[in-house]
Design a protein around this ligand. Structure first.
Ligand SMILES: [Zn+2]
Length: 243
């Protein structure tokens, strides 16, 4: 029984160290992925704007060719105007000429709007490029910082993980799942000691009678306030014996 408690305590100690290593990374992993998502969004938006600019330019050119064609047509109508035979023909011809003018005006208006859209999108693209570059630099810096931290602790983390895996082999699945359940519920701390008559997990007083029982190391006791597993000083002060 004593070994069982010792192993749970040792597991907690290893996890504490792993948690510390993790906390060194701070919110860097989150910051990095948020920056990556932001960059992706901005790059996508620029690509879309560039596509729109190309489409607009093509549309503008198409409108211009159409206007040339209409002007040409109008010129022909004007030339025919001198050879009309009656008023009815004259009116019909004039109508055609007017229609050409209207069409040209419509295309001119459309092209003016397209030109505005192109200018506005081009400005957006030009202005966001340096912003994206700044973000990219920030991202690279954060990424390399994160990598440094990870690399610096890689050996230690690997050692702890190996120890943990080895230790787990000697812990029953029931104890392991109990430990994990409390650890998840209690922000990482599942096994605690008693200090100055209090549970070191929640700082509530552990009754003297219960402390006596805990010192016997013959069963798993949970703190009646926080539910964490309470172990005696003997358990926390001794290395686990090998089986
Ligand atoms: Zn407690």
């Amino acid at each position: 029984m004593k070994d069982r408690l010792k192993r749970l305590y040792q597991l907690q100690e290893i996890d504490k160290q792993l948690d510390e290593l993790e906390s060194l990374r701070g919110d860097l992993p989150g910051t990095v992925s948020a920056l990556e998502a932001e960059m992706e969004g901005q790059v996508y938006s620029i690509e879309e704007k560039k596509k729109k600019i190309e489409q607009d330019k093509a549309q503008k050119e198409e409108n211009e060719s159409e206007m040339i064609r209409i002007l040409d047509e109008q010129k022909k109508f004007r030339a025919q105007l001198v050879s009309v035979r009656n008023n009815k023909e004259y009116d019909a011809m004039t109508k055609q000429i007017d229609r050409c003018s209207e069409d040209i005006q419509r295309f001119e208006k459309e092209n003016a709007a397209i030109t505005d859209a192109i200018t506005s999108n081009e400005t957006d693209v030009t202005e966001s490029l340096p912003r994206i570059e700044t973000k990219r630099a920030e991202l690279e810096e954060k990424k390399s910082h994160l990598l440094e931290i990870i690399q610096a602790n890689e050996v230690e983390e690997q050692k702890l993980r190996t120890e943990r895996a080895e230790l787990q082999k000697h812990i029953t699945p029931q104890d392991f799942s109990l430990y994990n359940r409390i650890r998840t519920a209690k922000k990482g701390l599942a096994v605690v000691t008693i200090d100055r008559d209090a549970c070191t997990g929640c700082h509530n007083v552990v009754p003297a009678q219960r402390q006596l029982e805990i010192r016997r190391n013959n069963r798993v006791f949970n703190c009646e306030y926080c539910g964490r597993i309470l172990v005696s000083a003997e358990i926390s002060g001794l290395a686990p014996t090998e089986e």
